[in-house]
Design a protein around this ligand. Structure first.
Ligand code: MG
Length: 255
């Protein structure tokens, strides 16, 4: 079942989303060589809870932290801990926040200090792929239009889409229907309707699309050790087109 949201719920999700965006931005300001992912997680948890938010991932199916912190070849779901951030790393910061009962979800992959040109291109392509997917989040389109747009950008640049990880509906809970794959055919899949709220999240690699699950039961990395990138926004399908709900308050007011 797909849960469509009222205008008031979408506004509430945008408030949750602003807190997500501001927290990720704050964490980004603290990312530097020498800091641990546990320290970044603490910064995020304090910021979110001080503003009345609840870190959605903490306790979700037993996940122990506020952030997912995934460096380099790790694609998603890294558990914050003793990992020491290094110059040249790519570090994905993924965060869900529940505010007044509504959830928003976003991810940014940061480059630490100066990163190599191939890593920079991976980040740039992932961002462009996310934007291309968001542009297709229109009433009357289908999930496959989003999926195809993402896939075209990523594979057109010579990178790979991870097939076993997908975006998702979000809002009243963290993971709702429908799934939003990052590959597919235009015009196929579930139809998009006004009021649907979805997390669009290309998870891409510089090498093969194959991934494996670590012994911790959460972290997922590329099989071949190639670098990964992940950008995500929560988006509402509205009468006025796609509305990104995970923007800082200032940007959201200007949009
Ligand atoms: Mg997500």
């Amino acid at each position: 079942m797909i849960v469509r949201k009222s205008a008031a719920e979408i506004d509430g999700m945008a408030r949750a989303g602003a807190l997500v965006a501001e927290t990720i931005s704050l964490v980004g300001e603290h990312i530097r060589a020498g800091i641990t992912t546990a320290e970044l997680d603490k910064i995020a948890e304090e910021y979110v809870t001080a503003r009345g938010g609840v870190p959605t991932s903490k306790g979700y199916r037993g996940f122990p932290a506020t952030l997912c912190t995934s460096p380099n070849a790790m694609v998603v779901h890294g558990i914050p801990g003793s990992y020491v951030v290094e110059e040249g790393d790519l570090l994905s910061i993924d965060l869900g926040v529940t505010l007044d009962g509504l959830v928003a979800d976003s991810c940014v992959t940061f480059g630490v200090g100066s990163i190599d040109p191939d890593s920079q291109r991976l980040l740039d392509v992932c961002r462009v792929a996310l934007d291309a997917g968001i542009e297709q989040a229109l009433a009357g389109n289908h999930v496959g239009d989003i999926s195809h747009a993402v896939q075209q950008v990523v594979e057109g640049a010579g990178f790979s889409v991870v097939r076993s990880l997908v975006g998702h509906g979000v809002g009243r809970s963290y993971h709702e229907e429908p799934q939003i794959p990052n590959f597919g055919e235009p015009g196929r899949g579930r139809p998009l309707h006004e009021g649907m709220t979805i997390a669009i999240e290309p998870m891409i690699t510089a090498g093969s699309p194959d991934v494996y699950l670590h012994d911790d039961g959460w972290s997922i990395s590329t099989e071949d050790g190639s670098m990964a990138a992940h950008f995500e926004h929560t988006v509402a399908v509205t009468a006025d087109g796609p509305r990104i709900l995970t923007l800082p308050r200032v940007a959201a007011a200007a949009a």
